[in-house]
Design a protein around this ligand. Structure first.
Ligand SMILES: C[S@@+](CC[C@H](N)C(=O)[O-])C[C@H]1O[C@@H](n2cnc3c(N)ncnc32)[C@H](O)[C@@H]1O
Length: 224
């Protein structure tokens, strides 16, 4: 049912959020990009539901990323940063005055047009080796994950960093996940388990080198 035909109350029900979430996690990126392009209002519905979920989490992805960004600020570092799958661009809204942060997503909230570039993370519209740091905070959703990590390798500068924050239940083990990501030309620098979520920081050290078997499983939220 197109979202514009639903009442406001209906459109914000958790079941709609779960439906969009499931689609994002099980379809290839291009299909999700087309869905948000056709029905842009879905993006806001999704983010309403997502914000409600995050509120209940003991550790928030934004707080983990913020810690790393504050370290950069205190070191007076000036990296070019991409927040890919930025959602409502909280990172750029919070740190954009102190750091060079470019935000990308397949949808955006009205009012964020100047801040968020509409782009599929398998084809970010920049030249190779543009960024020093890439942030993927809960944004590796599409089923075409190999294309997502191949694009990460392309757009990062050599020795640039990839920061991945993800839900722990999406991986069999973080060690296995980290080893798989390394096959795309990365070296693990640091990984931290927060229980419910984990963060892994990789450095780009080369190009894709090995065969990848499995990355992340979907993250399907339970009915309440
Ligand atoms: C769970 S939200 C996380 C948002 C934000 N990064 C955070 O940590 O709060 C995932 C975001 O990734 C975006 N996304 C999913 N697939 C994408 C793709 N192929 N390219 C770009 N963004 C994508 C979604 O639109 C959504 O805004």
């Amino acid at each position: 049912m197109p979202v514009q035909r639903m009442s406001k109350k209906q459109s914000l029900t958790p079941s709609i959020f779960r439906m969009i979430n499931e689609e994002l996690y099980t379809n290839p990126s291009q299909q999700s990009a087309s869905r948000f392009k056709k029905e842009p209002e879905l993006f806001e519905v999704y983010h309403q539901g997502y914000a409600e979920q995050v509120q209940q989490w003991p550790v928030k992805p934004f707080d983990i990323i913020s810690k790393y960004l504050k370290q950069l600020i205190s070191k007076k570092a000036t990296p070019v940063i991409a927040d890919v799958g930025c959602g409502q661009a909280k990172i750029a809204k919070t740190f954009g005055k102190q750091l060079n942060i470019q935000s990308f997503d397949i949808g955006r909230t009205p009012g964020d047009e100047d801040l968020v570039t509409l782009a599929n993370m398998t084809q970010i519209p920049v030249q190779a080796a543009t960024f020093d740091i890439l942030i993927y905070s809960l944004s590796i959703m599409g089923s075409d994950q190999k294309s997502i990590f191949t694009e990460a390798t392309r757009i990062l500068k050599m020795n640039g960093q990839l920061w991945v924050v993800e839900i722990s239940s999406r991986v069999k083990s973080t060690d296995e996940f980290n080893q798989q990501v390394e096959q795309f030309g990365f070296k693990l620098k640091e990984t931290k388990d927060y229980g419910f979520i984990f963060v892994s920081v990789f450095e780009k050290v080369g190009e894709k080198k090995g065969k990848v078997t499995e990355l992340l499983g979907p993250c399907i939220y339970k009915r309440r």
